[in-house]
Design a protein around this ligand. Structure first.
Ligand SMILES: [Zn+2]
Ligand SMILES: [Zn+2]
Length: 112
């Protein structure tokens, strides 16, 4: 008579819950990344903060959301780290001094 069974050995498989969590995390990051643009446009409007150029549905892809502190992961929901800049002003912003160098290396791994 076996007093106590050893029971089945628990094999660690990637459970559905784990896969789901991973998926949710990935999805969350993707959402965050594309969402800040939408949010910034909503908060600051489809206008370049520098030159005041206005954008419509056809030209909105020329408007870039710039991170004031250069940290793309700093996306406060109140939009305080975002600035909507047209391609021209955004380029300009990134080509000046220390900030430009920092952002250039943060956004693009290669230098032009
Ligand atoms: Zn501009
Ligand atoms: Zn930028």
């Amino acid at each position: 008579m076996a007093g106590r069974s050893r029971g089945p050995r628990t094999v660690k498989l990637p459970s559905a819950a784990e896969a789901d969590a991973l998926l949710r995390r990935m999805r969350g990051e993707v959402e965050n990344n594309s969402n800040y643009r939408t949010k910034s446009l909503k908060i600051h409007g489809p206008v370049c903060a520098r030159c005041g150029r206005q954008f419509d549905a056809a030209s909105i892809n020329q408007l870039t959301v710039h991170h004031r502190d250069g940290n793309h992961h700093n996306n406060p929901p109140d939009g305080s780290n975002w600035e909507n800049l047209c391609n021209h002003c955004h380029d300009d912003e990134h080509s000046r001094g220390l900030l430009g160098d920092y952002l250039e290396s943060a956004e693009k791994p290669h230098t032009r």
